[in-house]
Ligand binder design. Structure first.
Ligand code: FAQ
Length: 312
């Protein structure tokens, strides 16, 4: 079949919501867009483990420790599903890691902020996982089969993460004045970076239009950010906390909250490698890679030995 016909067939499938699978023909740009987005997403999961891992040994009770451990392990699992989904597009996992380590590949801006107190574990679960779910539920309907299927399980687990975070916040807010202050301080520091997670405004988003046409994305960055604000503000009210935005106001006419201007200078600074913890995060990933070299070598040696034995 010639390329024009293949492309027409591909577009018809997209329009009819028929999933694209690894062996199906797809335009090169579609493949590249998916590799970019899925690998960025996978990197976000494994870099996202770092700010929380720091708190596993400091969790205030055995119950909190068990939940934190389970959450961080889930994130490693999400990374694995996503790297596997990405490999179905013909890339090598080692190359994806090399791009992360060299700073070529992006990961979510949010994980370049420090976790200063235990309340940050609450705020991350509530806000960061909350934002992640808002963005990822529509991805369960993404046009590429392996990505969409991975998202179904990821979203179930993210929803547990969000609830455990909110419950930490609720406990702190019902505790001493000092605990409530910790919760407010965490909200103050995580609110704006959480809104940035949805990406640049629609006006500045270079990929949205094409990704919506291909039904990889189902909503724009601004649409999802608005949904997140609308859902989260009443949750903050229930906690008795104040969202750190003086322009936040319910707009009766729009049926949505109006909110203040995001500091886009800060966002672009963070995604170009200059956030508070970018260097630390990449160093931690590189050292995990180096320290794991012996495991990869041993696994390869074992596989070679097995293959030789089979051939003999
Ligand atoms: N951070 O044209 P757009 C999680 C980049 S998972 C860094 O709008 P697009 C779980 C973007 O790549 C969180 N870079 O791009 C968890 C592009 O740069 P490029 C991760 C960002 O792809 C919770 C440029 O800006 N989730 O949290 C960000 O259409 C707790 C222009 O942007 C996903 O990855 C950002 N925030 O829309 C784990 C979900 N935003 O590549 C542990 C899947 C934008 O041209 C603890 N991804 N950029 O150089 C998506 O839905 C999309 O890729 C967006 C961006 C919405 C993130």
């Amino acid at each position: 079949m010639d390329t024009a016909l293949l492309e027409q067939h591909f577009n018809e499938k997209i329009d009819q919501d028929i999933r694209i699978e690894p062996k199906d023909w797809m335009p090169d740009h579609y493949r590249k867009t998916l590799i970019r987005q899925i690998s960025q997403h996978a990197h976000s999961e494994i870099v996202g483990m770092l700010p929380e891992a720091n708190w596993i040994t400091r969790a205030p009770s055995l119950r909190r420790k068990a939940a934190a451990l389970a959450k961080v392990q889930d994130e490693a699992g999400h990374g694995l599903y996503l790297y596997s989904a990405c490999e179905t597009l013909g890339v090598d996992r080692d190359d994806l890691f090399a791009d992360l380590h060299s700073g070529k590949a992006k990961y979510s801006s949010i994980f370049n902020y420090p976790t200063l107190t235990w309340a940050d574990m609450g705020a991350i679960g509530w806000l960061v996982d909350g934002a992640a779910i808002m963005n990822q539920v529509p991805l369960c309907r993404a046009s590429y089969g392996p990505y969409a299927r991975a998202m179904v399980r990821v979203c179930k687990e993210e929803s547990f993460h969000q609830r455990q975070g909110y419950e930490i916040m609720l406990t702190l807010c019902n505790g001493s004045d000092e605990q409530k202050k910790m919760a407010q301080d965490a909200l103050n520091r995580w609110w704006w970076p959480s809104l940035m997670m949805f990406g640049p405004t629609d006006k500045d988003s270079k990929h949205t239009e094409q990704s919506m046409r291909w039904r990889i994305k189902r909503f724009t960055n601004d649409e999802l950010r608005q949904k997140f604000v609308d859902v989260t503000v009443p949750q903050a009210e229930l906690l008795g906390l104040t969202v750190p935005d003086k322009d936040l106001k319910w707009n009766e006419e729009r049926g949505h909250y109006d909110f203040g201007e995001i500091d886009w200078k800060e966002f672009f600074n963070v995604i170009s490698g200059n956030g508070p913890c970018n260097k630390q995060r990449i160093e931690a990933r590189k050292s995990a890679w180096d320290n794991g070299a012996w495991v990869r070598e041993a696994a390869n040696a074992h596989a070679e030995k097995k293959a030789k034995r089979k051939a003999a």
